[in-house]
Design a binder for this molecule. Sequence first.
Ligand code: GDP
Ligand code: MG
Length: 597
Amino acid sequence: MDAKNIRNFSIIAHIDHGKSTIADRLIEQTGTLTEREMEDQILDNMDLERERGITIKAQTVRLHYKGKDGQIYELNLIDTPGHVDFNYEVSRSLAACEGALLVVDAAQGVEAQTLANVYLALEHDLEIIPIINKIDLPSADPERVKKQIEDIIGLDASEAVLCSAKTGVGISKIFTEIIDKIPAPSGNDSEPLKALIFDSYFDSYKGAIAHIRVFEGMIKPGMKLKMMSTGKTFEVTDIGFFRPTPVNVGSLHAGQVGFIAGSLKNVKDIRVGDTITTVQNPTKEALPGYRGVTPMVYCGLYPIDSGEYNNLKDALEKLQLNDAALVFEPETSIALGFGFRCGFLGLLHMDVIQERLEREYNLKLITTAPSVIYHVYKTNGEMLKVANPAELPPPTEIEHMEEPFVKATVIVPNDYVGAVMEISQEKRGKFISMDYIDNRVMLVYNVPLNEIIYDYFDKLKSTTRGYASLDYELAGYQQAKLVKLDILLNGEMVDALSTIVHIDRAQPRGRQLAEKLKKIIPRQMFEIPIQAAIGNKIIARETVRAMRKDVLSKCYGGDITRKRKLLEKQKEGKKRMKSVGSVEVPQEAFMAILKVD
Ligand code: GDP
Ligand code: MG
């Protein structure tokens, strides 16, 4: 394929504005799949994505389209996730493209993530094609949305494509726009090879697979290649593209998007953002890599069965290949044993990783409550970065502490401005700015990341009836009065239940947490006192009363099925329990802090 007939593009949008459905229509209209192979949101191929109705991983698919000029075009489409947690995924995909389709819901209009994604696309110098989707909806107001795109984003929307991914209206116009407006890739087959790894995954047959964009040169099987960041060399065994399942081909040329597999023993040898070149005729300069990811949220992951530790390690390594934003390092907990402290981009990301570990790798895990990274300035002049509350030094050694803040951008209809301000203040937010856009308001607050993790967005959503959209980015550290809140079960401190909280919240949170734990921890053969403490000071106490010993004896001689049911129910409940000292603690308990307020 001549490079002038290639177009590489992404689809970006706020969540639910219709990216994946537009991708479906594009795939359908190019006849890439047969009707039988086609299903809704075809690119969301992970079970988890289908169940939750969201895109988690970016996916690529190569389409062939016959243009009005009679020529065949190769369109490489990369569908991307819309949730703020997965911005990193979006950013990587964009580096492989020349253009982006910006999808905006004709009824919802521009939302916080629409803006965030446009900024990412502009950072990568992409040609942006505005598309107003869902014009079939009775509440659609394309003219108003056009005006928003111009006023808020500053893009010319006069030629925005009006479409409905549901009815198919406007889809063919999208193809014409892609071909006419997105630049063909530049690059030359005869130059030394320069290919960017923009994603990767682990295939149990072929091993590590890299998604690549070839910028210069070409690749054929049998070639000896080199990773520029590590100098690791390997021989290419498989080359291909996605349709969206992998299809092998004989070569990949300058401008093309596809995958390669090779004699790479270690999954760690593939680094997303790295440049691949040839051993024989290497390029002098690597492509600009990616900005490193900064995990926002950390939690402990522990196998329920401590014999699974190595399997967990192996699973994390493989998953990291498919998710460069995941970081982890070993940690030990007195209560939970050997595990890992893992860093994530947000709570959804954390949730997704935990679920993928359990499903794809068959592990049973205990997750501890998420924490941000605190900067702890010690009296001896040292500064510690603490991601695990259990590792906080004693108060006497702490001079002061700082916590991370984010710049939170909220877009909401006029009527809800008061509610958003109230919640933001309650969450220790500091007002930055307020702008009226059309019939809506864009509010910017600096909010402690810690509060965002708790329930800032849930609260926003519920008080604005789902109308508020939120985007946030890290905005540095600020001093705050923070303390460690400990939990004692049966008189023993459980390190995995400790959290760091603002001093003003410590008392009520401690009380509520003890109450909550009382409901979560099942009765056992003995009485279990639950205490919340700050330092040596106990601030709350609850008791889980002992189980009545005659629970089973009651069924004696009587109904055997009832007895069996009772035992099964107990077993079921045990599945996600971890013995901490003498107390059986269910998974829920470790997350209880998120549920109090
Ligand atoms: P994504 O999060 O941007 O990938 O959005 P999806 O493609 O998953 O779509 C979100 C929801 O909007 C789904 O329920 C789609 O069926 C629906 N949807 C997408 N496009 C249209 C459209 O043009 N009209 C209508 N009425 N619904 C649409
Ligand atoms: Mg999607």
